[in-house]
Design a protein around this ligand. Structure first.
Ligand code: SF4
Ligand code: SF4
Length: 441
């Protein structure tokens, strides 16, 4: 889709919303207890039912989308907890996908330009991202980030300046970046080959997670390649910047085209987006089939690892023996991809091997409030949503929280830091690597 196509769609306004999709909601309210923004505010218009009502009203009446309605729609995390909970099978994701470009069109001009520049000119360019990562690391080492964030004129300045404090709160400590090998394998039996989608934000902030995933796959006998790739486009898509998302999707499809190997992803958000390419490009004659077969090749790291077997002997030197683990299911893994069983089974196996205890976390599939860049755009509601999650984590007595998405990692790390808890937040691949990894491979 070109920039002009995207503008045409927005001009059609409410007409682009599907009445059939909206009418499928029978307003029963059974989704309300699954909606983190409803639980945080208690307001009907911050619930799935309320948001569907607002869109239905706009669909019927046409005209401009009211500013209050925009606020309620923008405050949706896009976590899809409601879609899982809905007994009537309402396709909330499809409804939200249709609304997103309209929300983008109503966004403040400067905010939108900054977002478009980041999605189109920073995230897809790995070299630029790496330089940013190095700069951020230097700022963190010199503690300039907390110094600037705590300056009185920043704390009480205009909203854009106050965002510096939010950035500081939600930015993880950037470790030294170690490039991933282009091809890795171990001698002996092979169970197959795969391509690793290392991600952009994922590989800059959580490069060690990709290394852990690589080690685990290689240990199982997979030959792993890390081919040239670009940003998956998830952040652009969720912000309604369809033209950027579509362009990135086409680039990735072409970059991964020479092979038919599975594409393994460590970031649940990227995985959900890559699996969505088939749908995203369903109207594109040239890319429709290529996008569908690309999406079928995509696997979350847990789906890939569950196919193999780990050696019986654990790497106990690296394990968190006797630790008390809980699992927070990333929305984009559980609700968007429907991947629930494999992470639990793998973690149970890891716990059995290391002697750790794995406990159920209440509301484990409820969003933590990260939702891409939601925590930066809607910081106060994001923190309210996080508060509820952190209460459950603190009450559980866990010293390790495991999850599968970079956004969840940094959100939960911010929650742990704010409460001064002695809790490690780990990606599933790290937790498994502690139990089964082989650092000699
Ligand atoms: S989205 Fe589903 S669960 Fe929620 S009110 Fe509508 S029909 Fe009921
Ligand atoms: S996507 Fe999440 S935040 Fe949005 S309405 Fe559904 S449950 Fe609520």
């Amino acid at each position: 889709m070109t920039e002009s196509d995207s503008v045409i769609e927005i001009k059609n306004g409410a007409a682009t919303l599907s009445k059939e999709l909206l009418d499928s909601c029978i307003h029963c309210g059974l989704c309300l207890p699954a909606c983190p923004t409803y639980l945080a505010t208690g307001r009907e218009m911050e619930s799935p039912r309320g948001r569907i009502y607002l869109l239905s009203k706009w669909q019927e009446e046409g005209g401009e989308l009211a500013p209050r309605a925009i606020e309620h729609l923008e405050s949706c995390l896009g976590c899809l907890g409601c879609q899982t909970a809905c007994p009537s099978g309402v396709k909330y994701e499809a409804i939200l996908d249709q609304a997103r470009p309209h929300l983008a069109a109503h966004r403040n001009w400067l905010t939108r330009q900054i977002m478009r520049f980041s999605f189109g000119q920073i995230l897809p360019h790995y070299g630029r991202l790496k330089i940013l990562g190095i700069m951020l690391r230097a700022v963190q080492v010199l503690k300039l980030d907390s110094l600037v964030a705590n300056l009185p004129w920043v704390k009480s300045g205009p909203p854009l300046l106050r965002k510096i404090a939010d950035f500081q709160m939600f930015t993880p400590v950037v470790a030294k970046h170690i490039p991933l090998a282009k091809k890795s394998w171990k001698a002996g039996a092979k169970i197959g080959s795969a391509k690793l989608f290392s991600g952009c934000v994922m590989d800059i902030f959580y490069n060690h997670v990709n290394h852990a995933a690589l080690r685990l796959m290689v240990r199982q006998g997979t030959v792993v390649e890390v081919p040239p790739q670009t940003c998956c486009g998830a952040l652009a898509f969720h912000a309604g910047e369809l033209d950027i998302a579509i362009d990135l999707a086409k680039q990735n499809i072409d970059l991964f085209a020479p092979s038919t190997d599975n594409i393994v992803v460590t970031s649940a958000g990227c995985g959900a987006m890559l699996k969505h390419y088939g749908h995203l490009l369903s109207d594109d004659q040239l890319y429709r089939e290529k996008a569908q077969s690309f999406s079928l090749r995509v696997q979350d790291i847990s789906e890939n690892l569950a196919l193999g077997k780990f050696p019986a002997v654990a790497n106990t030197g690296q394990s968190d023996c006797k630790s008390h683990m809980v699992y927070h299911a990333a929305c984009h893994l559980a609700h968007a991809q429907g991947v629930r069983v494999q992470p639990q089974e793998l973690l149970s196996a890891a716990a059995a091997t290391t002697g750790a205890h794995l406990y159920d976390l209440p509301e484990a599939e409820h969003c933590c409030g990260s939702a891409g860049i939601y925590n930066l755009l809607n910081t106060s509601l994001s923190l309210k949503v996080l508060e509820r999650k952190m209460n459950f984590i603190e009450d559980s007595g866990a010293d390790v929280v495991v999850t599968s998405n970079p956004g969840c990692l940094l959100q939960l790390e911010a929650g742990v830091k704010a409460r001064g808890l002695n809790v490690k937040v780990k990606h599933l691949a790290e937790a498994l690597d502690d139990a089964f990894g082989d650092r000699t491979s």
